[in-house]
Unconditional design. Structure first.
Length: 125
């Protein structure tokens, strides 16, 4: 195996939502460490139709890019509802409180951003 790259199917990564007893919310997979990424964070989320994430979050430093793969829904950003559809890309500044909700077809998306240990703040909803 090369140390110059790592290939991984995201469905092979442990589902953190299921691990924390939140599988009714959908899937949440965080492959950064398995991919051996040092500076870049990556997340894969899949929300069932009509489901909302169990908590909102924000960061102190990390800007995020969210890319919708399939389905659609709404990103609530500091209280503003932003509709999302397939192949929409959404940049979210670090301090913006964000939470995602799936529409009738579900919502499947990727999140990219710099990795800053301990930078995230979860906010119950």
């Amino acid at each position: 195996m090369s140390t110059a790259y790592t290939k991984l199917n995201l469905h092979e990564v442990e589902d953190a939502a299921a691990k924390r007893g939140m599988s009714d919310m959908g899937e949440a997979r965080f492959p950064r460490t398995v991919l051996h990424a040092e500076a870049t964070g990556l997340a894969y989320h899949k929300l069932p139709p009509g489901r909302r994430q169990g908590f909102a979050h924000r960061h102190g430093e990390a800007e995020e890019l969210h890319v919708v793969l399939a389905g659609g829904g709404v990103a609530e950003l500091d209280g503003e509802r932003v509709p999302l559809g397939p192949m929409d890309a959404l940049r979210v500044a670090p301090t913006v409180l964000r939470i995602f909700e799936a529409g009738p077809e579900g919502l499947e998306y990727l999140v990219f951003g710099p990795h800053h240990p301990g930078d995230g703040e979860m906010v119950p909803q």
